[in-house]
Design a protein around this ligand. Sequence first.
Ligand SMILES: NC(=O)c1ccc[n+]([C@@H]2O[C@H](COP(=O)([O-])OP(=O)(O)OC[C@H]3O[C@@H](n4cnc5c(N)ncnc54)[C@H](O)[C@@H]3O)[C@@H](O)[C@H]2O)c1
Length: 291
Amino acid sequence: MTKTLEGKVAVITGASRNIGKHVAAEMINRGAKVVIGDILDAEGEATIKEFNEKAGTKVAAYIHTDVTKYEDNKALFALAEKEFGGVDIAFLNAGIGSNANTMFLPFNDSLDDRMLDINTTAVVKGSKVAILYMAKRGGGVIVNTASVAGFLCSPAVGIYTASKHGVVGWTRSNAIFEHVCGVRMNAVCPYWVETELAGDLGNNVHQDPFATMVANSPRTKVETVVEAVLTLVEDKSRNALPGNVIRAQEPIAVYPEILNENSKAVSDTYIQETIPYYKKRLAEALEREGI
Ligand SMILES: NC(=O)c1ccc[n+]([C@@H]2O[C@H](COP(=O)([O-])OP(=O)(O)OC[C@H]3O[C@@H](n4cnc5c(N)ncnc54)[C@H](O)[C@@H]3O)[C@@H](O)[C@H]2O)c1
């Protein structure tokens, strides 16, 4: 195995098990150090023990992280800097699949908010912390775990679909940061992978006609997801691409198909002016956060 990630440090959320853990293992195989943040502490500690024992040296660390909290995200990235010297890669992968359809359940604020908090808002929070750490390091790459539900849809998993569309929208909106501070942001969009989360999504629809669809749908091998994530990390031409489907223009066009003559005239200027504007905002944020 070529050590393509030698000297790199990765922060990975939701990596106590399944997709996140497999990606962490492959990054270590390729020479990276990894810091895992999750709420499953026993599994997380066991995972890093396994990685460190296999490597015969410290290649992984774990910290309890509720990704919905800024403080936890900050502590996660700070640990990576303390243990391994900085952060080059963030795989923001934590997510849930339970209660993916609340349409006719009793009205309940926390039930509706929870999936968007964990699957979408936490990716926003993690990305914002990651950008500061990576800007300080001179650049880096963020991969967010979306899903095919990030661009396809089904009424049976409506709020999960909304949450993953949100991840894709957030990711595509941030292509500009490659030009501001050398940070690329991508999203990976897997189909069904056999994990506890897929089971939660499946159970959610067990009395729904969609259950027949789930049972008869093809599965994605976890190795395929791992390869996709590593491609998005290592291929420097990838920025703001969910899978290999959408290529962002350089710098990012602003909806050229719906611009009128006036907005067309200012569109390019707007993008060009946004880059130095963000550089200034970034410098202020780094100072404010003490990063
Ligand atoms: N399994 C699939 O079919 C499938 C398909 C497409 C996308 N995905 C996405 O892949 C990602 C990983 O899922 P998985 O299939 O490996 O399932 P999983 O349930 O094994 O992994 C999710 C991980 O996220 C962690 N997590 C949940 N809430 C958290 C929180 N608040 N803070 C920190 N960690 C938290 C869990 O503890 C778990 O370790 C998820 O974002 C999921 O939506 C999964």
